[in-house]
Design a binder for this molecule. Structure first.
Ligand SMILES: Nc1ncnc2c1ncn2[C@@H]1O[C@H](COP(=O)(O)OP(=O)(O)OP(=O)(O)O)[C@@H](O)[C@H]1O
Ligand SMILES: [Mg+2]
Length: 307
């Protein structure tokens, strides 16, 4: 769970080191997985979010997630504050982020009990849960529980800076076999050592059932094993604040992707015999195209959550 503080200097405001720079500043609920959960629920998916927040913020975050329709299971931390991120937004919508992970670093197994997976179709994790030893232990345990139950897994690597600090090859090994991986351009580069979008996406299909490389204003590249990757353009929009565009993209993609996973006869959707059924490339392309449209709406306004 994260408290976002968005800082956007007023148009034309002079920067005064050591004094005041006029800005619009707003505090918002954030966190990549929480934002994505909010978008998924907003778009009609039944979603449970599990995480950890400072005790004094738990009611606020639970309420904000419930507003979007998310069932939130938040552990209250009495010692650590909620994670927080100060996001400085440049006039072109690009951002610089200062990140204090706070209570997120103290996530433990009991915060994400395996019974939450009961009846679920998919487990989604972000890369943030892989980049500290204590968190990694929780992530790997959850992945094992999901696989044992035949759930599909999806991953958003989440942070090129954190990927570079761990071992990118290790991240691939831990998450190999996931149904969908959603890196952005920098994360895909960190994972592949390449920088060409089509080549990065194709490379990552060695590890995942589908790969969607998010390319900011350029849209995304979709790739599945054995087929030529496809570039899907984003609608051209005037960028105001791209915070959470990637999270909205993943949420929107998954809402369509889950609908395209055919129901199993007499079983949970898409899991006949415990093996997730992969939607075909046309379904995936339709999901990605939809995701670029939803993400574009997020870029044209302040904030990461559905309104
Ligand atoms: N300037 C833009 N114009 C149109 N669409 C955009 C723009 N920026 C982002 N998007 C859309 O949002 C998607 C995700 O953006 P991006 O590639 O920045 O992912 P990300 O880095 O994971 O985002 P986040 O910062 O939320 O983690 C893109 O694939 C694109 O569809
Ligand atoms: Mg992202």
């Amino acid at each position: 769970m994260v408290n976002d503080v968005l800082v956007k200097p007023l148009d034309g405001a002079a920067s005064w080191p050591g004094s005041d720079t006029l800005a619009t500043i707003s505090a918002r609920p954030g966190g990549a997985a929480a934002n994505q959960a909010a978008w998924m629920a907003h778009l009609g998916v039944d979603v449970v979010f599990a995480g950890r927040a400072g005790a004094r913020d738990v009611a606020y975050h639970r309420r904000e997630l419930a507003r979007a329709g998310v069932r939130a299971r938040l552990a209250a931390d009495r010692e650590a504050e909620t994670g927080s991120i100060v996001i400085m937004v440049a006039p072109d919508g690009e951002r610089t982020m200062f990140t204090d992970r706070g209570a997120n670093l103290r996530l433990r197994r009991a915060d994400v009990p395996a019974r939450l997976l009961r009846g679920a179709t998919v487990l989604h994790l972000t890369g943030y849960t892989f980049c500290e030893p204590a968190l990694l232990e929780v992530a790997l345990w959850l992945l094992g529980e999901a696989r044992a139950r035949g759930l599909a897994v999806t991953v958003d690597p989440g942070s090129a800076a954190f990927l570079a600090r761990m071992e990118p090859a290790a991240f691939l090994r831990w998450t190999e076999g996931a149904a969908v991986c959603f890196p952005n351009r920098d994360e895909a580069a960190a994972l592949t050592g390449d920088t060409r979008p089509l080549a990065m996406a194709a490379h990552l299909t060695r590890y995942y059932g589908a790969v969607v490389v998010k390319l900011g204003g350029a849209g995304c590249v979709l790739a599945v094993p054995g087929e030529a990757p496809v570039l899907i353009a984003a609608p051209p929009v005037r960028a105001i604040d791209s915070t959470g565009a990637g999270d909205a993209f993943c949420g929107a993609f998954m809402s369509r992707w889950l609908a395209a996973v055919p129901p199993a006869p007499g079983g949970r959707p898409g899991i006949p015999g415990g093996r997730p059924v992969a939607p075909d490339l046309a379904d995936l392309a339709a999901a990605a195209e939809y995701a670029t449209r939803v993400a574009a709406t997020v870029v044209t306004r302040f904030g990461a959550r559905p309104v």
